[in-house]
Write a protein that binds this ligand. Structure first.
Ligand SMILES: *Cc1c(COP(=O)(O)O)cnc(C)c1O
Length: 388
């Protein structure tokens, strides 16, 4: 069998939990109906499964089931939230505020809107990756219609102060959207306490299937208006047409339910492993932890390493561990990560960075192995430079 490297790239995607797969299986075969079919048993069965899943998800974030709009994932949910609000509130104002370190699925819809005449303020982050709430408040103008700030960063794992942000937005009567793709099932999320008006979710970062997610859309205090981006059969109260994908929806709800049930114990376990990894790394000179040391996801460790070449480092580790680097590869080019650049790193240091994403199936033994291999690779690369 092909030797497979240890998987520490859980911010990119996670393996599906067997319990999730099991919950999904019946809905591919016997119970395959279209939840919109109201004239027969097949449709009713599927509709019942979707209804139950919607309730589980609503419960998970403290909203009502009608406020959940299923999408193909967080990318689509972000697009629906940002473009949908921009279009619906166009007459009220054309200014949007977001963060420099957002995922491209938030930044790119914002850039797209700029091309249509909207104005976008990109707030900087502090050295620890966190927003300065005072700067947010200062950036709000009478024509601001939306603030979009993520819950947990996908590269450096930092957790933005959602409650504080929600209060500022609420005070100024500006809608607050949060991309919670990395946060759902990992940290508590409550749209009432956090005064969130729109929130993007996805299943595949929390041991669920790929290709399914949701947008939470607040229905009262205030009632959010949203222009649909997909028109057709009128599913999801007209906000997102298309036949609902029952097995994926069932799997999504199961994954979130498991994530919340195991949040405390898993959070603690992963944090111990993560801290162990960092403890080993910090023996080295010239290694930096990226992002706030404690206000971050338990499974995230992101480090920048001086005096090594980023691509040589990745190459050296490839057979041992699957991790991602400090660069964002689009289909055609490799650029240093915009998140690490926002922390003030130069290109070389941004390239020489590693993102470790631990998960539910990461073991102590794996962490020891990865720590040893990483230390050895860094030392030998530095040695090579010295002996040149
Ligand atoms: C993964 C991710 C996305 C994209 O989610 P998909 O469901 O793959 O479309 C968006 N935002 C963040 C923060 C992510 O980590």
């Amino acid at each position: 069998m092909l030797h497979r490297p240890i998987y520490l790239d859980c911010h990119s995607t996670t393996p599906m939990d067997e319990r999730v797969l099991e919950a999904m299986l019946p809905y591919f075969t016997e119970q395959f109906g279209n939840p919109s079919s109201i004239t027969h048993l097949y449709g009713w069965e599927a509709e019942a499964a979707v209804k139950k899943s919607r309730e589980i998800l609503a419960n998970a974030i403290d909203c009502s089931p009608e406020e959940i709009v299923f999408t193909s994932g967080a990318t689509e949910a972000n697009n629906l939230a940002i473009k949908g609000v921009a279009e619906a509130y166009f007459n009220q104002g054309q200014h949007i505020i977001t963060l420099e370190t957002e995922h491209r699925a938030v930044l790119d819809p914002c850039h797209y809107l700029e091309g249509l005449g909207f104005e976008v303020t990109l707030l900087p982050v502090q050295k620890d990756g966190l927003i300065n709430p005072d700067e947010l408040e200062k950036a709000i103008r009478p024509e601001t219609i939306l603030v979009s700030i993520m819950a947990a960063n996908n590269e450096i794992g930092v957790l933005q102060p959602l409650k504080e942000i929600g209060e500022i937005c609420h005070k100024h009567q500006v809608l607050f959207h949060s991309d919670a793709a990395q946060a759902i099932g990992k940290i508590p999320l409550n749209v009432q306490e956090m005064k969130i008006d729109l929130m993007s979710l996805t299943a595949h970062k929390v041991y669920g299937p790929k290709g399914i997610g949701a947008l939470y859309v607040r229905r009262r205090d205030p009632r959010v208006r949203l222009a649909a981006q997909l028109h057709g059969g009128g599913q999801e109260r007209g906000m997102r047409s298309g036949t609902l994908y029952t097995p994926q929806i069932v799997g999504f709800a199961k994954a979130v339910e498991l994530g919340i049930g195991e949040m405390e114990s898993e959070g603690k376990r992963q944090k111990e492993l993560r801290d162990r990894l960092w403890e080993q790394f910090s023996q080295l000179e010239g290694i930096h932890l990226n992002g706030h040391p404690t206000q971050r996801l338990s499974g995230n460790l992101n480090v920048s390493i001086e005096k090594v070449d980023g691509s040589a480092l990745l190459l050296g580790l490839q057979s041992v561990v699957a991790v991602s680097s400090g660069s964002a590869c689009s289909s055609t080019e490799t650029k240093p990560s915009h998140v690490l650049k926002a922390l003030g790193h130069n290109d070389d240091l941004a390239y020489a960075s590693l993102r470790f994403g631990l998960g539910r199936f990461t073991t102590t033994q794996e962490i020891e192995q990865v720590a040893q291999a990483t230390l050895a690779t860094i030392r030998s690369l530095r040695q090579a430079i010295v002996s040149l």
